[in-house]
Design a binder for this molecule. Structure first.
Ligand code: TXA
Ligand code: MG
Length: 329
């Protein structure tokens, strides 16, 4: 199958809507990373997502809807604080896990009784979602285990020949995936850290905790147990306060005739003068924006990416460290 990349306009959106209604897959931009969308009402289309990505069959998908869509068509809201979160953060990079009404097919939620819902803020994505007016289930548009794509070209690199269309909405402004928040309980629980931080949620709800992923048998967010975000080269991760060890490793790789690159926040770059660098930026938002891009750039030119950890795990750094541990840890 030929894979087209088309800039978002009325024509490409009409084509995307037609493909979705015909049970096909469409690559689409969001403000976080690109998604691989299908109609959430069409079990055969949803199965194509799992096949195209090589995704484990027990990892549920997020349903994406436009900003005027009434999510109570799809889910039950049982906690009052959910309305405050919707008002504050949606549309935006927050995904809410709620009890499903069963409208979105069970293939998309892997037979579970909850559904993750998200309203992307990306203008082109909103236009597409409005035109299609269906819940579009979409994982990140990469092959399973690989780094998530932040441009249409990166989607093409992974899925060329497997899908008919990628809507090109430019480079994603966020750079890491949405925060996944379980809001079925009295205290909201973060299943996956992201751009909407624990601190931001606490400022609205007054309380928020990280789900512990070791609490017995029931894994709340199946995605967290899989290998993920990995570039196709060797990687290593060093602590922020142990730059000497990173430099030692770099020299060791050079001595083996390898090409190492150090991937780090720009504010520590002066410690690595004269070395190959993948610079992530100065602020936590810049670092999130550049992270996957630098991993994908790195896999093309490095034998090994030597990543430096963030200086803390607060704010957006929590989400960045979650991705860094999985991609480079
Ligand atoms: O920013 C994002 O969220 C991107 C863009 C495309 O929207 N999507 C994304 O999808 O990252 P995916 O499939 O790569 O990751 C979805 C995560 C997985 O960790 C999955 O286990 C979790 O959300 N998830 C989905 N549905 C869930 C549910 N019903 N209960 C708990 N976790 C769920
Ligand atoms: Mg993913």
């Amino acid at each position: 199958m030929e894979t087209k990349i088309l800039a978002i306009d009325d024509n490409s959106i009409s084509l995307a809507v037609k493909l979705i209604n015909d049970g096909e897959l469409v690559g689409m931009p969001t403000e976080t990373v690109y998604g691989l969308g299908a109609s959430g009402l069409n079990p055969d289309a949803v199965k194509k997502i799992f096949t195209a990505k090589g995704r484990p069959s027990d990892n549920p998908l997020i349903a994406h809807v436009h900003k005027d869509y009434d999510i109570t068509n799809l889910v039950h809201i049982t906690q009052n604080y959910v309305y405050d979160l919707i008002k504050e953060f949606m549309p935006g990079p927050l995904t809410l896990v709620l009890n499903s009404k069963g409208v979105v097919c069970s293939e998309a939620v892997c037979g579970g009784d909850t559904l993750a819902v998200r309203m992307p803020s990306h203008a082109g994505c909103q236009k597409f979602l409005k035109a299609v007016n269906l819940p579009i289930v979409a994982p990140s548009a990469n092959l399973s285990k690989h780094t998530s794509p932040t441009t249409a070209k990166y989607v093409y690199d992974d899925l060329n020949g497997k899908i008919p269309l990628i809507l090109d909405g430019g480079k994603c402004s966020g750079g890491i995936e949405s925060t996944v928040l379980d809001v079925t309980t009295k205290t909201p629980r973060i299943l996956r850290a992201g751009l909407i931080t624990k601190e931001m949620i606490e400022s609205v709800v007054g309380r928020c905790e990280y789900a512990s992923h070791s609490e017995g048998d029931k894994v709340r967010s199946p995605g967290v147990k899989y290998a993920h975000y990995q570039p196709r080269c060797e990687t290593a991760l060093y602590e922020f306060n142990d730059l000497d060890s990173a430099i030692f490793r770099y020299e060791k790789e050079v001595a083996k005739n390898k090409t190492p690159y150090i991937m780090c926040p720009t504010f520590v770059a002066e410690n690595f003068k004269g070395k190959n660098l993948l610079l992530l930026g100065e602020t936590e938002l810049e670092i999130a924006f550049n992270l996957y891009d630098k991993l994908l750039e790195g896999e093309k030119k490095a034998d090994i990416i030597i990543a430096i950890a963030m200086p803390s795990e607060t704010g957006v750094y929590a989400g960045i460290m979650n991705r860094l541990r999985k991609s480079c840890g």
